[in-house]
Design a protein around this ligand. Structure first.
Ligand code: NAI
Ligand code: 3PY
Length: 325
């Protein structure tokens, strides 16, 4: 009998056909109240789940006694209780690598947009406010040659360093769990403690995961170490930052600007004070959102799910302790 799979993310026709061929698929189109009710109804029969952007807590997972595998269409796995999944021997997989370059592109888009005030000045043109006197009040700051600070030197951090070093001649400093000699050699990068990096970087970029260790890592104390020229970029997770402290740092001129793809609460409330500030560029968590990369992520997730349901070890298994062969 075919294994039962619940999708809470729509896939391309090609991937849907592949899944239909090998599994019995229930598709939940939308995670609104109706969608969540459908999910609760489908969970008791599910062997596999595939999707993203849903906190799958024990309350939901306890409805799924037959569940063997979850394929997350994301690299970040902060929506899952990994210990609980491991205890139940549910295999959790993610989609690393295929989104690395695209997410680093987004990071650089935010670096350029904030430093050169692209959104603010483009809106000025649209609003018919471009008079002949473009002057210092409209000027931005250089990107090339400035110091790029990367917090979390993993896959995406390295891809950002590559762009900064080779593309923009930026000295690279970084903070991570431990120094990475190979990265230092490739990008002429230098390791710094977190306070040193915050004091020295012109661009402070977050590229680390949300964990118990990183939640609230950047708050008032850390913003106080930055300089009025510092531009803050977050493409990791919103909860790594104390958003109230960030708003205060932007309002007070403690830092110059922020480029944010992720927020404490998503979707960001349209009334958020962040959206009142001209020195904020906010994007709707689109780090990996290109046609090519989202298809590659979905393919990777389908591969992982089908492998797990076939009793094989998925390529991108996260909770390796759950694998007993
Ligand atoms: N905005 C978006 O759409 C996207 C956001 N992301 C986020 O980016 C994160 C990173 O992705 P990858 O680079 O693929 O992961 P990775 O695992 O390759 O890199 C993370 C790096 O952070 C470091 N790190 C972890 N905790 C740390 C701590 N407490 N202090 C210092 N360094 C620490 C790790 O040592 C590692 O080098 C994901 O977990 C996800 O949350 C990823 C893709 C898209
Ligand atoms: O993969 C992730 O972790 C994302 O945030 C979306 O691509």
């Amino acid at each position: 009998m075919k294994k039962k799979v619940v999708l809470y993310k729509k896939l391309s026709p090609l991937l849907m056909a592949r899944l239909h061929e090998q599994t019995d698929v229930t598709l939940i189109d939308n995670l609104d109240a109706d969608g969540l009710a459908q999910l609760r109804e489908a969970l008791p029969r599910a062997h596999g789940l595939l999707g993203a952007s849903l906190k799958l807590d024990a309350g939901l997972l306890d409805l799924a006694p037959n569940l063997r595998a979850i394929a997350s269409v994301s690299v970040g796995v902060d929506n899952y209780d990994i210990d609980y999944l491991t205890e139940r021997r549910i295999l959790l997989s993610n989609t690393p690598d295929v989104l690395t370059e695209t997410t680093a592109d987004t990071g650089f888009a935010l670096i350029l947009a904030t430093a050169r005030r692209v959104v603010e000045l483009a809106n000025m043109v649209r609003a018919g406010q471009w008079n002949r006197n473009i002057g210092p009040v409209h000027f931005g700051s250089d990107v090339h040659g400035k110091t790029l600070g990367i917090i979390g030197m993993g896959r995406i951090g390295e891809a950002l360093a590559q762009r900064g070093h080779f593309g923009f001649g930026m000295p690279v400093i970084y903070h991570s769990h431990s120094p990475k000699p190979a990265v230092e050699q490739r990008f002429n990068a230098q390791y710094r403690s977190l306070p040193e990096l915050l004091q020295q970087a012109d661009f402070v970029c977050l590229t680390l995961p949300l964990t118990v260790e990183t939640e609230g890592l950047i708050g008032a104390e850390q913003f106080a170490l930055m300089r009025p020229e510092t531009i803050f970029i977050n493409i990791s997770r919103g909860k790594v930052v104390d958003e109230t402290a960030l708003i205060e740092a932007l309002r007070s001129g403690q830092i110059r600007a922020a480029g944010l793809d992720v927020f404490e609460r998503e979707p960001l409330n349209p009334d958020s004070p962040l959206l009142q500030l001209n020195n904020v560029v906010a994007t709707p968590h689109i780090g990996s959102a290109t046609h090519e990369t989202r298809e590659a992520m979905a393919t990777c997730a389908v591969d992982n799910l089908l492998a797990a349901l076939a009793g094989e070890r998925p390529k991108n298994l996260v909770n390796t302790r759950a694998w007993k062969g």
